[in-house]
Write a protein that binds this ligand. Structure first.
Ligand SMILES: Nc1ncnc2c1ncn2[C@@H]1O[C@H](COP(=O)(O)OP(=O)(O)O)[C@@H](O)[C@H]1O
Ligand SMILES: [Mg+2]
Length: 285
């Protein structure tokens, strides 16, 4: 069974897609089998990984969500070994509305994922910048959620709302949902404010913050237009190095130092502090 991680933050432009793609690529480079699931109608993760536009017209996450096609049928390989993508396109906008009248509408993605979960070590869901039904489906389907935060003054704005939504989903739809961690992105070493934001977030969330911090790196923003992850586009860049570090940290947390063979027989459940504690901490933010 795969570990399903939802990359969520209702703010746009905080690094959800960049992180989904490059964490996925870095885990795949470590030999893990990884599926990236694009749940954003903008389809940035799909184009960023070079998903074939023509093929994605018919085979994308939308028919898999509404039950017209099995998820396995819409998955495409990428240039990178071990890394696949279930692409999205603008059809997905319709799903928010069409799913409203469908029974068990919050569980559509979870049910689709269950049909392929035994084929991957990780399924990474790139969420849209909203807390609508697509994000609710993603959080309901996930074991954990990972929150990218931009190292800027308003970083924490909206975080309590996200944690609150996750808390409601845990209570009503997905009792096992846990927080995977907070990822600091777009860190600017020359900017004092960036340093302040980092210390503040580390003080509040302590061990929930990933040690690896992703710096602002222009190579990370160039890679998607070449349809490549940073590991393929510029493996020596600081961005690539940091996503490697992050993947190592995450992978060791999730699977420890277990062998490949042992991994295949293991469920995703591991001990993590409960979400409730983070919500209590949020009250002090
Ligand atoms: N660490 C980074 N350094 C430089 N640019 C980045 C970095 N992370 C993301 N970007 C750029 O910032 C923009 C927003 O990032 P993106 O990952 O698309 O955010 P989201 O998915 O949360 O909307 C994109 O143009 C992306 O290329
Ligand atoms: Mg995005």
């Amino acid at each position: 069974m795969a570990r399903t991680i939802c990359v969520a933050n209702q703010k746009g432009g905080v690094g959800k897609t960049t992180s989904s793609v490059n964490i996925g690529a870095a885990l795949a480079a470590r030999g893990r089998k990884v599926l990236i699931l694009d749940m954003d109608p903008q389809g940035n993760a799909s184009s960023g990984l070079g998903a074939k536009r023509q093929e994605s017209q018919e085979n994308n996450i939308y028919p898999a969500l509404i039950g017209d096609r099995p998820l396995a049928a819409v998955i495409q390989p990428t240039e990178a070994p071990n890394l696949s993508i279930a692409p999205a396109n603008s059809d997905l906008v319709g799903a928010e509305i069409e799913l409203i009248d469908v029974p068990r509408r919050e569980y559509r993605l979870k049910e689709a994922i269950q049909t392929v979960a035994d084929q991957y070590h990780y399924i990474i869901i790139d969420c849209p910048p909203s807390l609508g039904l697509l994000t609710v489906n993603s959080l309901t389907a996930a074991d954990t959620f990972l929150v990218p935060l931009q190292c800027e003054y308003y970083a924490l704005e909206g975080l309590s709302q996200l944690l609150n939504t996750a808390g409601l989903i845990k209570k009503n739809l997905n009792p096992n949902l846990k927080i995977e961690g907070i990822l600091l992105t777009m860190f600017d070493t020359r900017n004092n404010l960036s340093h302040q934001v980092v210390s503040e977030i580390q003080a509040h969330f302590s061990d929930k913050v990933f040690k690896a911090i992703i710096p602002r790196n222009v190579r990370l923003s160039e890679a998607p237009s070449h349809g490549k992850s940073i590991l393929e586009y510029d493996p020596k860049s600081i961005g690539a190095r940091k996503y490697h570090e992050l993947a190592e940290e995450l992978d060791e947390r999730v699977y420890g130092t277990q062998s490949e063979a042992a991994l295949r027989h293991q469920g995703p459940e591991i001990e993590q502090p409960a979400l409730g504690r983070d919500r209590e901490e949020m009250a002090n933010v």
